[in-house]
Design a protein around this ligand. Structure first.
Ligand code: UD1
Length: 337
């Protein structure tokens, strides 16, 4: 895209795992960028020093108004939110507040200030417990937990808003996000992470003593759950391509899966970690984790049709190597702080 078409982008949740990679992708591609983050789960150090940073909440409309005006914001990438499925079951109001109500407030502020483009971080969790097959965006949306429903509600708000106001939007439904920036500028840093690859690399660095395999009796070839693991830097670059698509066709809004369109089982992931590290991590079979589904795989045809997004890290060993390099850096950072 021509540099003159690159509008300033406000990234909400830009100090978090995925948001910080989006900031790097935008900055590396020459887009002006600013960040708002309340640092509830993010880290100030995850945002480069030359990126304007506002510590605050997306429901603080006075702060938003100031940022929109001072930075002439032309697009929002909205990552701020809560993401832990079991927590959403225990505390649904937190999820409907953080992911739905506050998103509504942010969207209202964007409409009132005439921000023309909005990208929303959604999730494959909106498909609920689907059939075992690559999922298209038109498959049924039947979230089975408040986390998925809180995201779907915001998808619906955006659909109505774009019909009523001069703001187009793109919903990106992420599959299993993993890995870390190849140059180790950012990575997954939240304590108590539950994601498989993060848990596995924490086991390699000695932070944990084993990996639990949640369920070996799924209707899959080796009995363990299958997921479409996507490198966080490819996901971040998908956002930049989606934004270009919104700018190119302001009359059109989009909903797109972001995955590679292939799946790996838990055992295949753990084998990849072992072969990348030359170690054998301890595995323990445990019962199925409540809420887990047998398989979640994307059909990413639409994003390839609509944008020229080209994933470059679609390789499990690369993903594991980047996750591990980040885990080691994080380990050193924490030991030295
Ligand atoms: C995760 C997120 C969800 C997000 C989704 C899509 C959670 C709990 N889930 O889902 O919010 O929307 O990605 O991006 O935050 N597993 C083990 N042992 C472990 C951890 C996981 O066997 O220690 C298995 C799981 O049973 C599953 C697979 O590994 O089969 C992936 O699990 P995980 O990495 O937690 O992601 P999801 O639950 O698929």
């Amino acid at each position: 895209m021509d540099d003159s078409a690159k509008v300033p982008v406000l990234v909400t949740g830009g100090a978090g795992y995925i948001g910080s990679h989006a900031v790097l992708a935008l900055r590396d591609a020459g887009w002006p960028v600013a960040v708002i983050d309340n640092l509830s789960t993010g880290f100030r150090w995850a945002v480069p020093d030359d990126v304007p940073f506002f510590e605050g909440d997306i429901a603080d409309t006075a702060l938003l108004a100031r940022i929109f005006t001072e930075h002439n914001i032309g697009a929002i990438m909205h990552f701020a939110g809560s993401i832990v499925v079991p927590e959403s079951v225990a505390d649904p109001l937190k999820y409907y507040d953080n992911n739905t109500s506050r998103s509504r407030t942010l969207i209202q502020a964007a409409v009132e200030h005439g921000v023309p483009h909005f990208i929303f971080s959604s999730t494959a969790t909106v498909y609920g417990e689907p059939e075992i097959k690559p999922l298209t965006e038109d498959d049924p949306l039947q979230p089975v937990n408040p986390y998925g429903m809180s995201k779907l509600m915001t998808e619906r708000i955006l659909a109505d808003i774009s019909r009523a106001h001069a703001m187009n939007h793109c919903v990106l439904r992420y599959f299993n996000v993993c890995g870390a920036d190849p140059a180790a500028r950012s990575g997954q840093s939240t304590a108590g992470a539950t994601h498989l690859i993060k848990v596995a690399v924490e086991t390699v660095t000695g932070k944990r003593d084993h990996v639990a395999i949640f369920g070996c009796d799924y209707p899959t070839p080796d009995g363990t759950g299958i997921r479409d693991y996507i490198h966080v830097s490819d996901l971040a670059s998908a956002h930049v391509h989606a934004l270009s698509a919104l700018i190119d066709r302001p009359e059109r809004s989009l909903t797109m899966n972001v995955g590679y369109g292939r799946g790996f089982s838990v055992l295949e992931v753990l084998d990849a970690v072992d072969s990348a590290t030359g170690t054998t991590i301890v595995r323990k079979q445990e019962p199925r984790r409540p809420g887990d589904v047998p398989a979640l795989i994307s059909n990413p045809a639409r994003i390839h049709e609509v944008t020229d997004w080209q994933p470059v890290h679609d390789d499990l060993e690369t993903i594991v190597c980047h996750a591990l390099a980040w885990e080691r850096k994080l380990h050193d950072m924490r030991r030295n702080s």
